[in-house]
Write a protein that binds this ligand. Structure first.
Ligand code: C5P
Length: 411
């Protein structure tokens, strides 16, 4: 992120104060932050406080001719590497989704040639209102990135989704967006629509291991490389889907055309998946740690201070099960993976039923198969229609075949 620049658009709402913390965190990470404060935003915080924190001018609707001569709104919209809108209000989302530009923020959001990351924050009923959800879907289809909102108690006393994602989480999403090409392609209107068997569909994929910290230097993890999940994300994107890949720590680069959200722990993976929904299909490939240490200390555990003789464990959320059993907004198709070392089919079928997913892709990861971390895989697809044994093949081929099958259901 060091040396990158972000245009931060701060909308109106009680969460506007958190944008100040976000600006500070970005500054600490070496990011240059230029800002725009909307008229609503300036009811909550002042341009002076934003400018003081960012050490850059904070533009407002009082943008006058002098400013226009110094830096026109078109230039302002293009000078940054990424545009971040936090908090993004229902009003701002609605304007951009519908092509309206009646103030500086919305004008810049339409004029930009860079990706826009929205961090929405609003009352829970506003967030769940069909018209706001319609606007969000439209913006996602148009290529906008989203982080949050999260669930919790709101300033207005209600409970539910609508809280601004934590500034640290927004920084993570910014880091991820900046690690990819943030320039919006210039395309003729007709070529803007993706083509392929999954065009217009959203696919959520999880991949990789999770790391469950014990102290700042130690963690519990597993040997998953993330290769199969990344290949699936890439195959779905290749078929025209909008893909969100929620990945545990891996050494793999983000696949082209895929929104990759990097997380560490199972709980972060759960939150990122919830934030990524709705989706037409969810393909849960990650090797999520079922348990985490029930302690996490801020300081390294020292042998001299008694050390550690046992690790107590707490259960992690089961992401696949949660998504498969959603009453509202369940993806049309939920696919799980089952890495087994013995009785592969029967164990996997029990898992399919227990978790409530539609399909399970079962594979043998017993020593000698090299499925874990290797480039090839032998899988058996289990569904209501029974079992289907696939030949031993590269993970990329498994991914393409699975994506084709998924497209038949959601396409
Ligand atoms: O129960 P088991 O871990 O073997 O289940 C494997 C499947 O469940 C995979 O699809 C994996 O991504 C998913 N899973 C999950 N959350 C967990 C554990 C597993 O999503 N906590």
């Amino acid at each position: 992120m060091q040396g990158k620049s972000v245009l931060l658009i701060i909308g109106g709402g009680i969460a506007a104060f958190k944008a100040l913390l976000l600006a500070r965190l970005l500054g600490q990470a070496g990011v240059k932050v230029t800002s725009i404060l909307t008229r609503g935003g300036s009811e909550f915080i002042t341009p002076l406080s934003v400018a003081g924190l960012t050490k850059q001018k904070c533009y407002t609707d009082l943008f006058d001719l002098t400013d226009e001569a110094e830096m026109g709104h078109i230039e302002l919209s293009r000078a940054a590497d990424l545009v971040v809108c936090a908090p993004a209000t229902a009003d701002l989302l609605g304007k951009v989704a519908n092509g309206l530009a009646d103030d500086l923020a919305s004008t810049v959001l339409l004029a930009t040639d860079k990706k826009v990351l929205f961090a929405p924050a609003m009352n829970v009923r506003m967030w769940t209102h069909p018209s706001v959800q319609r606007n969000v879907r439209q913006l996602k289809e148009d290529g906008a990135l989203f982080v949050g909102p999260t669930e919790g108690e709101m300033a207005c006393g209600e409970f539910g989704p609508g809280r601004l994602s934590d500034p640290e989480n927004i920084v993570r999403a910014i880091n991820d967006a900046l690690s990819r090409d943030t320039t919006l392609p210039v395309a003729a209107a007709s070529s803007l629509a993706p083509s392929g068997a999954m065009a217009g569909k959203h696919v959520l994929v999880t991949a990789g291991p999770t790391k469950e910290p014990l102290d700042p230097v130690r963690y519990i993890a597993n040997r998953s490389s993330g290769k199969q999940g990344y290949a699936i994300a890439e195959a779905c994107a290749g078929m025209g889907a909008r893909v969100t890949l929620v990945s545990g720590p891996t050494h793999l680069p983000s696949p082209v055309g895929v929104d990759t959200i990097r997380v560490e722990t199972a709980r972060q993976m759960m939150t990122a998946c919830e934030e990524a929904l709705p989706a037409d299909a969810a393909i849960m490939c990650a090797a999520v740690s079922d348990y985490r240490p029930d302690i996490e200390t801020e300081h390294k555990i020292k042998k001299e201070r008694g050390g550690l003789t046992a690790i107590g464990l707490a259960e992690n959320p089961d992401i696949l099960r949660t998504v498969a059993q959603l009453e509202l907004g369940r993806p049309k198709l939920v696919v799980g993976f089952a890495a087994e070392t013995d009785d592969v089919v029967s164990h996997a079928e029990v898992k399919r039923r227990r978790k409530g997913c539609d399909w399970i892709v079962a594979n043998d990861v017993s020593p000698g198969t090299e499925a874990m971390g290797g480039d090839n895989n032998s899988v058996i697809l289990l569904s209501d229609d029974g079992e289907e044994v696939w030949d031993h093949m590269p993970k990329a081929a498994v991914a393409r075949r699975l994506a084709e099958r998924v497209a038949e259901v959601i396409g």
